[in-house]
Design a binder for this molecule. Structure first.
Ligand code: ZN
Length: 262
């Protein structure tokens, strides 16, 4: 029952504006906090015609400096952070243009799978970064038809499990001209490499390397028929987060997946 005092309170609320503590799990401007002891929530606001992106983290340790990757871009604007468990509880199609995944989630229940699938089939953008390549090992549609690559946690038939190696000097070379890599020259980076990933023959290569502890492919366009999907293997630690070429790559991937970069 709506009481008169509740209506009054609502009107007073409208007059005063939404208080910072009236939270729906969204932290106020400039706020960065630990959530559930695992997931970092960040929040920043800029003005203008921004890409509506949702950053998904959690389930895997990562450096706080990761969040600095998204600083300083007027076209990214408001960038909320959530976990897959929370985010995929609801239909995201009306709220976001792009999902940036930097989480590790083993599986999703039926409802969450449907919401993620609806987003992908709704022609939205997906950017998969680093350890998010480990996601949804038991969901072939995700890694075969959407992402086009998967870090395998276990040996499967003739395919070995994947491996990683930290602190690698990596010579990164743009593979072909694409709006995402158009302005990039070859560059040296220090980061973690992945080797023996499952990779689809249907991906379009963006970055390659000849580092012996890495797969040749470092970034690619996924084979997804309905959505613009970009996967970038690099992205473990602070050394690469401040690397201008990597920052450009991630920023361009977000813009391209949102249909802003042609
Ligand atoms: Zn890593």
């Amino acid at each position: 029952m709506i009481t008169r005092s509740a209506v009054l309170l609502f009107l007073v609320g409208l007059l005063l504006g939404r208080p910072a503590w009236a939270t729906d799990n969204t932290p106020p401007e400039g706020f960065v906090s630990l959530f559930n002891g695992k997931n970092l929530l960040g929040w920043k606001v800029t003005t203008g015609d921004n890409v509506r992106a949702l950053l998904i983290t959690g389930g895997h340790e990562h450096e706080t400096s990761f969040y600095s990757l998204f600083d300083g871009y007027k076209d990214l604007g408001r960038l909320p952070v959530s976990s897959s468990d929370i985010a995929f509880q609801s239909d995201l199609r009306g709220k976001y243009d792009v999902l940036i995944m930097y989480d590790f989630s083993r599986d999703l229940n039926e409802t969450r799978r449907k919401n993620l699938r609806d987003f992908v089939e709704g022609g939205k953008g997906i950017v998969v970064l680093h350890h998010a390549l480990l996601n949804y090992q038991k969901w072939p549609w995700w890694y075969e038809d959407v992402v086009g690559g998967s870090y395998r946690l276990q040996k499967e038939g003739d395919n070995p499990s994947s491996s990683y190696k930290g602190d690698q000097q990596i010579f990164v070379v743009p593979e072909e001209k694409h709006p995402i890599t158009a302005a990039l020259e070859p560059f040296q980076a220090m980061d973690e490499t992945y080797k023996n990933m499952w990779l689809s023959p249907r991906v379009r290569p963006l970055l390659i390397t000849d580092n012996p502890n890495s797969d040749r492919l470092l970034a690619w366009i996924g084979p997804c028929a309905t959505s613009r999907v970009v996967a970038i293997q690099l992205g473990h630690g602070p050394a690469i987060f401040s690397k201008p070429e990597y920052r450009t790559m991630v920023h361009n991937a977000i813009l391209w997946s949102a249909g802003r970069l042609k």
